[in-house]
Write a protein that binds this ligand. Structure first.
Ligand code: NCD
Ligand code: ZN
Ligand code: ZN
Ligand code: ZN
Length: 349
């Protein structure tokens, strides 16, 4: 048996309110726990985005008593939402700025508005960007000018890695995450998977990302758990995004078995660094028991996520979550969620 601390995923889309046909607080946090995560941070790009104190409070109310893992929230950036930054800053973990097209309505492209957003967000709190390729340069320039604590979501390109390495050398406060799908799937998989391998940013060459894990340019692994239904994926306007909460850890354990990283790396990338960067509260008596010897196959029908599909269908993995203990109580054992929802809505330290 291997014992891990409760893992932390700083980038998930639990979809409630507004898209509970894709996921909700119960199914999404069940998936989190089954995947070894005891803390997840939820993104603001709902149909009613988290861009007002009222929308944030509604999420908090909806989540209370229905979550199996702890859940914290991110706030969405718009010109209008910037008036609330001071009011909500202690309740959220980060501000999310969408600088490229993706799911939702939060795209910000106007340089004047972006400048105001970066200027107004508190400098000691994380400002997260969806900024692909060339756009990342803009985000870094804005963060340099305004002294922000920048976090780059789902890096996928060699050019992005280079920009982040440069910024780190120059002493900027910058961190970044990579997803399991960008690490374990290739452009060939994208062809094979069709719409079920479609996400933003698209699949690229994983080799550069593995190198960036090895040289510690990458600070954390996040799932970007972005469930959509099969019907939506097969419909006329397939949305971008794939689920990931229940497949990330088994894939990482398999990579550890194959010598691509160590268990210590997994703890640093999925617990210690996210906790430090996002000021996540410590969970007492909380851990995840792994049986590293169990080989099994990832199957969608065994998943708790409401969307019931995975781009990793049929993949052989080694290493399984046996038990999850949250604040001294077993909440997951041998594939089953145990007891009532014991997760809490959390705010940063
Ligand atoms: C995400 C979603 O569906 O909410 N989709 C995706 O392809 N990654 C949005 C996002 O994280 O960009
Ligand atoms: Zn994104
Ligand atoms: Zn996302
Ligand atoms: Zn810890």
């Amino acid at each position: 048996m291997i014992t891990l601390p409760g893992l932390i995923d700083t980038h998930v889309h639990l979809r409630e309110p507004g898209a509970t046909h894709k996921e909700d607080f119960e199914t999404g946090t069940s998936a989190a726990v089954a995947g070894g995560y005891t803390t997840v941070l939820d993104m603001p790009n709902n149909p009613e985005p988290t861009i007002t104190p009222g929308a944030l409070q509604r999420k908090i109310n909806l989540a209370t008593k229905r979550i199996y893992s702890d859940v914290g929230f991110h706030f969405g950036a718009t010109i209008n939402s910037s008036q609330y930054f001071q009011q909500i800053k202690d309740k959220v973990f980060g501000l999310k700025v969408y600088m490229n097209h993706t799911t939702g309505t939060l795209l910000q492209e106007d340089p004047k508005i972006l400048q105001i957003i970066f200027e107004k967000w508190p400098k000691d709190k994380v400002l997260m960007v969806h900024a692909e390729g060339e756009t990342l340069q803009k985000a870094i320039d804005l963060a340099r000018k305004n002294n922000n604590k920048l976090h780059v979501c789902h890096v996928s390109l060699a050019s992005e890695i280079r920009l982040i390495q440069q910024a780190k050398v120059q002493g900027l406060s910058i961190s970044c995450e990579v997803t399991a799908h960008h690490l374990f799937l290739t452009k060939n998989d994208a062809k094979r998977l069709g719409v079920f391998g479609m996400m933003r940013p698209p699949l690229e060459n994983p080799d550069v990302l593995w190198k960036a894990i090895a040289d510690r340019t990458i600070d954390m692994i996040a799932s970007d758990h972005a469930p959509h239904t099969k019907e939506e994926k097969l419909g006329p306007n397939p949305p971008n995004g794939v689920p990931g909460l229940e497949t990330t850890l088994p894939l990482l354990l398999t990579a550890a078995y194959e010598g691509k990283l160590t268990i210590e790396d997994i703890i640093r990338l999925c617990h210690t660094n996210p906790a430090k960067i996002f000021n996540i509260p410590v969970q007492k008596d909380t851990f995840v028991e792994i049986d590293p010897t169990i080989r099994y196959t990832l199957y969608a029908r065994r998943l708790y996520t409401k969307c019931k599909w995975t781009p990793f269908q049929g993949k052989r993995v080694k290493g399984k979550v046996k038990r999850v203990v949250l604040r001294g109580q077993t909440i997951f054992k041998d594939g089953e969620i145990i007891g009532n929802p014991r997760g809490k809505v959390i705010s940063p330290l």
